[in-house]
Design a protein around this ligand. Structure first.
Ligand code: MF3
Ligand code: CO
Ligand code: CO
Length: 266
């Protein structure tokens, strides 16, 4: 099959995607109470790894292009792809993004959230809230006939309105039998460009928004992406399904409160 083709999922495939995506969301829900000052990102990794295996799935990041751990943990100025480590111990005032992808019944589900560790400075809380809103503004653009660039435009505009910058080097992506597939979902404009959305497409939106400038570099470990100015970066991610009427967020957890909280935003 041509790798550039955007796969339209069948009803059967969509049902399997719903299951893997729900497990990814439930993993984030499971880890939330553990995100406290004093825990290491290695311990968070071990807990998520066990939870995913206990639910008959495999953590997609583990050994993916050589990634050594089961989740990504990105603290403060780390934008994405932070490697869990015993040496990284969370402290009061930190923010940490936990990115979970699971492989269940041959399908991947991918979601991430930025958590507060203890009391976080108001300026940083605002960055996190605006980034979450950016994700939901992007989700609102999803419907048959829209262009993928429409998502990027609203995200970029809203971030810039708040004097934040948007990371351009890392993108959302199609997902299904492959962790990353077509289409690429950039988090910047212009609107009206890129592939047209069609019912049955599944892809992620995962904006990375920086308090300072957008420029970044990869550490010597070849994975960890950090802001050059060392200011904080936040990120949120959902896996979406394009439906006939618009969009279904696949990575919502089972718990009613969380489902309601998230769906009130759109
Ligand atoms: N889950 C990340 C994403 O949202 C990708 C992580 S790749 C890894 O696309 F190798 F770093 F795990
Ligand atoms: Co992703
Ligand atoms: Co992810």
């Amino acid at each position: 099959m041509n790798d550039k083709l955007i796969h339209i999922k069948s009803e059967r495939e969509i049902e399997l995607m719903r299951k893997s995506c729900k497990l990814a969301a439930n993993t984030l829900k499971f880890i939330e109470p553990h995100v406290r000052p004093g825990i290491s990102t290695e311990e968070l990794n071990t807990l998520c790894h066990k939870y995913i295996l206990d639910h008959d799935a495999y953590p997609s990041p583990l050994n993916y292009h050589g990634f050594p751990k089961s989740i990504c943990t990105s603290v403060n100025e780390v934008i994405c792809h932070g490697i869990p480590s015993k040496k990284v111990v969370l402290k009061d005032g930190d923010i940490v993004n936990i990115d979970v992808t699971v492989f269940l019944n041959k399908f991947h589900g991918d979601t991430n959230r930025t958590f507060y560790v203890g009391e976080v400075a108001p300026e940083i809380q605002t960055l996190v809230e605006i980034t979450h809103k950016c994700l939901y503004l992007g989700i609102e653009q999803v419907r048959p006939g829209a262009k993928t660039g429409d998502i990027g435009q609203v995200i970029e505009d809203y971030a810039h309105d708040h004097d934040y910058s948007v990371v351009e080097e890392y993108c959302g992506h199609g997902i299904g039998r492959n962790f990353h597939e077509e289409p690429q979902i950039v988090h910047f404009g212009p609107a009206g460009v890129g592939p047209e959305m069609r019912a049955g497409m599944t892809f992620t939106i995962e904006p990375m928004v920086n308090l300072g400038k957008r420029h970044n570099r990869v550490l010597k470990d070849k994975w960890t992406v950090v802001t050059k100015d060392k200011k904080q970066s936040a990120q949120f991610e959902h896996t979406l399904l394009v439906t006939e009427s618009g969009v279904e967020i696949l990575t919502l957890p089972d718990t009613p409160f969380e489902r309601q909280f998230e769906s009130e935003l759109i």
